[in-house]
Design a protein around this ligand. Structure first.
Ligand code: PEP
Ligand code: MG
Length: 329
């Protein structure tokens, strides 16, 4: 079976009856990049920029960042590479930027930090824009968005970086600076009630199901004591994910999901049925999920979803999904 699964990696993720979805890569560690190129992914759906910031003793300079981002963008020259702006705080800390808080997951995290430190944000965005010159496959994604104001402010700063760089033509030479698509992560539950307004402001949505689950259920994603309560198959989470898909489709906003749920067979099938356009996952899960998708009918998984959305407990959801997956073989 393992061999069969591997062979599938280079084939498209398409159901037996022709429904296609794109599988993308979650990346951030530069090691393993060669492998990633052969993983069968269509570009990068989540490049976690904070990871290369972590093993260091100070913030990387603009030119260091430019060089690093250039390597990542050039690894997929014809495919989109979605770079998330610095997402530290919560469980991710930088040794040279200590944060001490009682409730780090509800505190100074992600976009909140970079909007309070626009110099960090501007430098990072400048590096991304410079790295993108001549490649033009960059998309910028904003983490932990919880209000329209944050989107407006981040967009303003990205525009500022773009116009300032455009004025510094010497290093750009012949190639033109281009404006990347800008998207947001849907991972703070409150923002789910503002999707129609957000749709007018951004180019794409990407659901962070790891944080969305944690915040919807008020369960720390890293606390072993409550790990049994942390469950992305909780009916509340599944209904939220379905609602996000319906809203995005209505507003014609491209939608992806880049949390762990995408890399689980049952999760991937439910998301496919909900209408997610792209799923992003670690390199080693791509072949497995492709294999699963290529062995089902879309109308089958649609029916499975319709039933799942009527269930009241995660226990019911799990036993029903196990039954279904066995039937699919
Ligand atoms: C998420 O929250 O689901 C996500 C993809 O981002 P991270 O795990 O880096 O918080
Ligand atoms: Mg997250």
């Amino acid at each position: 079976l393992a061999d069969k699964v591997k062979k599938v990696a280079q084939l498209p993720a398409i159901t037996k009856d022709g429904q296609a979805i794109e599988l993308q890569l979650n990346a951030g560690l530069s090691s393993g990049f060669e492998y990633s190129k052969n993983s069968g992914a269509v570009g990068i759906g989540l490049y976690r920029t904070e990871i290369p910031f972590m093993n260091r003793s100070c913030f990387p300079s603009e030119s260091e960042q430019t060089e690093l981002y250039r390597q990542v963008l050039s690894a997929f020259p014809d495919q989109a590479v979605t770079m998330r702006t610095l997402d530290v705080g919560g469980d991710k800390s930088l040794p040279y930027f200590p944060i001490n808080e009682d409730n780090p997951f509800l505190g100074w995290r992600g976009i909140r930090i970079t909007l309070d430190h626009p110099e960090i944000f501007l430098l990072q965005v400048r590096a991304m824009l410079r790295a993108n010159v001549g490649l033009n496959n960059l998309e910028i994604m904003l983490p932990m968005i919880s209000s329209i104001l944050e989107v407006d402010e981040a967009t303003r700063l990205i525009n500022q970086a773009y116009y300032e760089l455009s004025g510094e033509l010497d290093f750009i030479g012949e190639e033109k600076l281009t404006r990347p698509k800008i998207g947001i992560m849907i991972e703070v539950p409150g923002i789910i009630y503002q999707l129609p307004e957000l749709a007018n402001k951004v180019d794409f949505f990407s659901v962070g199901s790891n944080d969305l689950t944690q915040y919807l259920l008020a369960v720390d994603r890293n606390n072993a004591r409550v790990s049994a309560l942390y469950n992305s198959y909780h009916p509340a989470v599944l209904r939220a994910l379905n609602h996000i898909a319906e809203q995005s489709a209505r507003s014609l906003v491209p939608l992806s999901l880049c949390g762990e749920l995408a890399s689980e067979p049952a999760g991937a099938l439910l998301l496919l049925a909900m209408g997610y356009d792209k799923l992003s996952m670690n390199a080693h899960n791509i072949a497995k999920i492709k294999w699963v998708i290529r062995h089902v009918d879309f109308h089958q998984v649609k029916m499975m979803l319709v039933h799942v959305l009527t269930l009241s407990t995660s226990k019911q959801v799990h036993s029903y999904l196990n039954e279904q997956l066995e039937q699919f073989g």
